[in-house]
Design a protein. Structure first.
Length: 90
């Protein structure tokens, strides 16, 4: 019983640490995209800025496409994101 408790505490702590690290990376990426979007909006012609922002948004959301739920469908899947928007915009 003691070994199992020790193992679970260690495992949960390590898993939580990895999650928080990846969450920090995600928030940092989101912040940099927002910074670039603000600069593009103020420094570039409107049509070029909008195109650049759309590409950054697509790059950002594509990072979430791999986060599929186990055993269930997920809104962050290729079917719900890429297939839908490719059909709409092509």
């Amino acid at each position: 019983g003691g070994f199992l408790s020790f193992f679970l505490v260690l495992f949960v702590n390590q898993t939580n640490g990895r999650f928080l690290e990846m969450y920090g990376f995600s928030k940092a990426c989101s912040g940099r995209i927002q910074d670039v979007a603000g600069l593009a909006r103020t420094q570039l012609p409107t049509d070029l800025a909008n195109k650049l922002i759309r590409h950054f948004n697509a790059a950002h959301i594509s990072g979430y496409v791999g986060l599929n739920a186990i055993g269930a469908g997920s809104p962050y899947s290729k079917t719900y994101f890429f297939n839908h928007y490719n059909k709409v915009h092509n």
